[in-house]
Ligand binder design. Structure first.
Ligand code: BTN
Length: 242
């Protein structure tokens, strides 16, 4: 069960590192590490993840899925959907999902997700800005309190998030996540827009079509539809901001 047990720590290098160590010692599926602060928080594509101490929900969840790696690939976008739907229900906001798995509010990044897999296990790390002032966050980021004007009960929110992650994960295992993918596409940031995709040294321009069932982004590059499995999107030069 996701969130059983929850291991709460004060300052750690990265909740990902701690959970991988616990996994090596035999921790079971669902084990979750939460920290108040990370000294070397990790982001996607080798970036760092920085959050002022005590101002973000920083947690990692261990999965031991009995699935082939290709069937596991929608996990990250399904976790993004779990987070977006929980925030929409609790705070009456309309988060958007930015492929591959960021959660945005009003075009600003509220939450980032990092999935790291090793044989037989996957660790999902989630960083959700709670109370920081946007000028104390990286450019383009926001926090839940800044976006809603409301004070957030972090423990209650974590509990709800873990509950919805559990639901999406069960849907993934059972192969019934069409509804979640419909929601992802309905709230997809940059859908229909011209974008630039950067993946290492490679850049590609195209128009965002949708996210496919396996989590790949379909990009219309002018006559050809390409299925993209990794990279970062920015608005393209010819895109008109709505
Ligand atoms: C990204 O958007 O680049 C992903 C950011 C993921 C950050 C979280 S915070 C909790 C967990 N521990 C880490 O070191 N990273 C993830």
């Amino acid at each position: 069960m996701i969130g059983r047990p929850i291991i709460r720590l004060d300052s750690v290098s990265s909740t990902q590192d701690i959970l991988f160590r616990l996994a090596a010692l035999g921790a079971g599926e669902g084990a979750t590490v939460v920290a108040r602060h990370q000294t070397t928080g990790r982001g996607r594509a080798g970036r760092t993840w920085v959050a002022p101490p005590g101002e973000a929900l920083l947690f990692s969840v261990l999965f031991r899925p009995d699935l082939s790696p290709d069937r596991l690939s929608p996990l990250s976008i399904l976790i993004a959907d779990a987070i977006a739907t929980t925030l929409a229900d609790r705070f009456e906001i309309q988060p958007a999902i930015k492929w591959p798995n960021d959660v945005l509010v009003d075009g600003r990044k509220l939450c980032g997700i990092l999935i790291q897999a090793r044989p037989g296990i996957a660790v999902a790390g989630i960083g959700l800005n709670l109370s920081s002032r946007p000028d104390n966050l990286p450019e383009g980021a926001t926090s839940l309190e800044a976006a809603t004007g409301r004070t957030v009960n972090a423990d209650a929110l974590l509990n709800d998030l873990l509950g919805s992650i559990e639901v999406r994960y069960r849907e993934l295992l059972e192969g019934g996540f069409d509804e979640a993918m419909r929601r992802v596409n309905a709230t997809l940031h940059l859908r229909g827009e011209e974008v630039v995709l950067r993946d290492g040294d490679r850049t590609l321009q195209g128009r965002v079509q949708c996210v496919r069932e396996d989590g790949a982004l379909l990009l219309d590059t002018g006559g050809e539809t390409r299925a993209i499995v990794s990279g970062e999107l920015t608005r393209g030069p010819r895109s008109v901001k709505p």
